[in-house]
Every structure is written in C-alpha cells, then in structure tokens.
Design a protein around this ligand. Structure first.
Ligand SMILES: Cc1ncc(COP(=O)(O)O)c(C=O)c1O
Length: 443
C-alpha cells in the first residue's frame, strides 16, 4: 500500500485503529474459531470446567466475558496481573513509552535496560547486581541454569519434585514428569528431591552439583511452605559443596507474599533470582535473571554466549520501571499483607462451615492455597467458582489445592465477594456430589 492507496489503487486509511476491538463477533463464534484454528483440545477442557467464555473487557481485579458476565480474576495468570488488569499507571507508561521507543536491538546497549537493571540491583537481596533479561520465565530459568553450569564448570542441577520452571529445555528438565515424560531424553545431569527436606538435599548435592533451583514457594505443587530453618540450611548445603542457589520467584516475587521477595522471610541471599510474570505489569513480556557479581566472570569471557532478540525490549523495560514504582509505593506491601489476613479469616470460617470439603490452607501474603479434602474436588471448585463469578484454578500437581492468587490491588469488598463466592461454590459442590455430577479430572 502506497500513498494511502491499496494495491488496487483504492483510497484506504493509513492506520487502522480497530485491531484491539473487543467483541466484534458473538462469543460462541469466537469459541468456534478458537477451536478451529488455535486449539480444539483447550476448548474441550474449558467446556468441561464450565469456562468456555472469552475474556473481553478487563479492568482492575475484573474480567468480563463477551456476554457481559463479570469475574474476579483470582488466577492473575500466576502473577502477571499483580497490579490487576490495565492498571492506569501501566497504561500511561506503555502509551508514553510508545511515543519514543520500540523493542530495541538486543545486541546493542540500551538506556532503558541499564536503568531497569540498576533499579533491580537496588531492590534485590544482598549483593545481587547484574541482570540479564529474557522474554519469558522459562527462558530466564534456562539461562540461570546455563550460567550455573558455565560458571561452576559442573553439570549437576538439583530441583524439587513437583517444581515448575517452564517448558523450555533446561527449565523443563528441572520440572515435573507430567510435562517432560513425552520428550525424553532431556538434558542429563538433573535430579529432583522432595521440597522442604534439607536432609534429602544434603544427600543429593555433591562436588558435581552446579546449582540447586527451587521456586521459593513451589506454586504448581500446591504453594508449599518449607520449615523455618529450610532455606538457611539450603544455603549452607550449597555453600559447603560450592554449588549455586537459584531461586525462581517468577510467581512468588515482586510483592506477592507481602514482602518484596518471598525469600526475604528467611533472610537468605540466593546467587540468582529469577523474575517474570508480574515484572511487566501485565503489559509487555519481560523476565529476568538477577545474579551476584562473581557469576558475571563467566559472561565476561563471552558476553554473547546467550542471546535473545526480545529479551529486555526497551518497551518492556519502561513497563517494568513503572511497575516497580507502583509496588514500591509506601503502604503497598502492607496492603498485600492486610488483604491476605482478611482472606485467611474467611478461609477459617469456610473450613468451619464446610468441614466435609475443606481441609485447610497455606498462605504467604496473597499467595494462597485453599486445600480441599480430595483431588477431584479441585476441578469441581474451579467449575463452581466460575459459576459464582470467580476465576481460580487448582494446582496442576496437587489438584486438591486451589490457588487463590488475586491481583495485589484487591480491596476489602472484593475480598469479601470472593469469600462469599467460595462459600456458594462449596455449597454447589456439595449438591453436585449428592447428585453424582462429576467434573472430569483434567491433569
Ligand atoms: C515458578 C515459575 N517459573 C517459571 C515459569 C515459566 O514462565 P513463562 O511461562 O513465562 O515461561 C512459570 C510459569 O508459570 C512459573 O510459575
């Protein structure tokens, strides 16, 4: 198209502005199109879970489907929407960055990458200083493992049983058999140990171990919380063997637990901290590995040994800087803790009221697992919550643990709405069980 004319010489507006339009077709047609051209399998799964709705308008803690039904998003895409949907500061940040920036060239130097890395160096624990940016969390975990092998010259990587670090090569190798069983043989040198058991870790780590990689609070395993002395012992075990400690805070970091970093609770400094999801403020993909200065000795030898065209895109850096300003505002982390406590009081009432279905909960800040009595109840609760206006999923590797991960900006009346919906969902589940209605367990 040249001079405002298309190939046929007809007048055509230079810029179309309707690419982001929502609801151009009825929801049922979009579901059919998704099934026809993206994934019929996913449509089947969402139908079974009663959630074959298409998210349309989104604002704050809410998503509306294309038929106008409103949901509180208690999935938050695992933390991508820590600031909720389309947080006003994030919208302004991205729009204004678009006035001057694009993705940038990852091979060249970058003002915005430097500024964001310097900010992260201020905020991350201990002497963590350098940051390497990637688009996704999986790629960041891959890179952390590569850095560990490159720096130590050792092959061994130890991760947690039920850990989840993404679907790329090294990250997948460190993960659970559920996602890797079809793709064997994967990377050699990987071992898994039970999470929270320092003795098991001590037995597994040796002079061939490059790194131990854990999610600080393993989310997909059901938001597990280790004993108080666990991380200090993990740090000691790694130090004794000369192995590095990589903590994956893709979900648990950036204020989710009511602390800037989940590991702050244990006052342990990892050698590398992996960030993703919420780092973009829900606006632009960006993830990162932040690491201690000595690890850079390896990259100094060849700073181009790992490359990523979209890693640390200038637009993403601008969004991340805006997101960090939001979560560093006075009172932000206190708000997360207060909302978490409000949920916890509600969970306690729900357990009392529904003792046949609820067995307990685990929680740090707004990183919460609401645990049911049996695995098959997890998919059923996802279904029943959907019917009551809340999106929440069960943990993949522990389906009885519902993940309740609302945006961190959730307000007290919204917390109460979710708790009410959980109450109604549990009553609906009891009725479904009495009527013999099953939601197929979807692994
Ligand atoms: C703890 C953790 N690490 C890594 C990843 C992978 O991130 P991404 O999906 O951006 O590759 C995820 C994604 O859910 C995650 O939860």
């Amino acid at each position: 198209m040249r001079d405002g004319k298309n190939e046929c010489g007809q007048e055509k507006p230079l810029h179309r502005t309707d690419y982001g339009i929502i609801g151009a077709k009825p929801q049922s047609e979009i579901v059919a199109e998704f099934a026809a051209f993206v994934s019929p399998g996913k449509v089947d799964v969402y139908r079974a879970l009663g959630f074959d709705a298409v998210p349309g308008r989104r604002e704050g803690v809410y998503i509306w489907d294309l038929e106008g039904k409103r949901y509180v998003n208690c999935r938050s895409s695992g933390g991508v929407f820590n600031l909720g949907h389309r947080h006003p500061s994030m919208v302004v940040a991205l729009k204004s960055a678009l006035e001057s920036l694009d993705i940038g060239d990852h091979m060249l130097l970058s003002e915005h990458r430097a500024k964001l890395a310097a900010r992260l160096a201020e905020l991350t624990p201990g002497d963590i200083r350098y940051t390497f940016f990637t688009p996704s969390g999986g790629e960041a975990c891959d890179l952390a493992i590569k850095l560990a092998r490159g720096y130590t010259g050792r092959p061994g990587i130890i991760s947690a049983i039920g850990g989840y670090h993404g679907h790329t090569g090294f990250a997948l190798s460190a993960g659970d058999p559920r996602f890797k069983k079809y793709f064997e043989p994967l990377m050699p040198g990987f071992k898994q140990v039970p999470f929270g058991d320092a003795g098991a870790l001590e037995r597994a780590v040796d002079e061939t171990t490059a790194a131990v990689i854990f999610e600080t609070l393993p989310a997909t395993a059901g938001i597990l919380i280790p004993p108080d002395d666990y991380y200090p012992r993990v740090r000691e075990i790694c130090d004794k063997a000369g192995a590095l400690l990589i903590l994956d805070e893709v979900q648990a970091g950036l204020g989710r637990t009511g602390r800037m970093w989940a590991i702050d609770e244990w006052q342990v400094v990892p050698d590398m901290l992996v960030l993703g999801k919420g780092l973009s403020g829900g606006m632009y993909p960006i993830s990162a590995v932040c690491y201690r200065p000595q690890i850079d000795e390896f990259l100094r030898r060849d700073p181009f040994v790992h490359l990523s065209s979209f890693g640390g895109a200038d637009l993403g850096c601008a969004c991340a800087l805006a997101m960090l300003d939001e979560i560093c505002r006075p009172g932000f982390l206190e708000h997360v803790s207060e909302m978490g406590e409000r949920f916890e009081r509600g969970f306690s009432e729900l357990k009392e009221k529904h003792p046949d279905l609820v067995s307990g909960w685990r929680r740090r800040g707004l990183m919460m697992a609401f645990e049911l009595k049996e695995d098959r109840l997890g998919p059923m609760m996802t279904y029943a919550l959907g019917k009551n206006g809340v999106i929440a999923v069960f943990s993949d590797f522990r389906p009885k643990a519902m993940q309740i991960m609302p945006p961190l900006i959730i307000e007290p009346d919204e917390v109460d709405f979710v708790l009410d919906a959980m109450d109604r969902a549990l009553s609906l589940m009891r009725k479904m069980l009495a009527d013999g209605v099953e939601i197929p367990y979807i692994p």
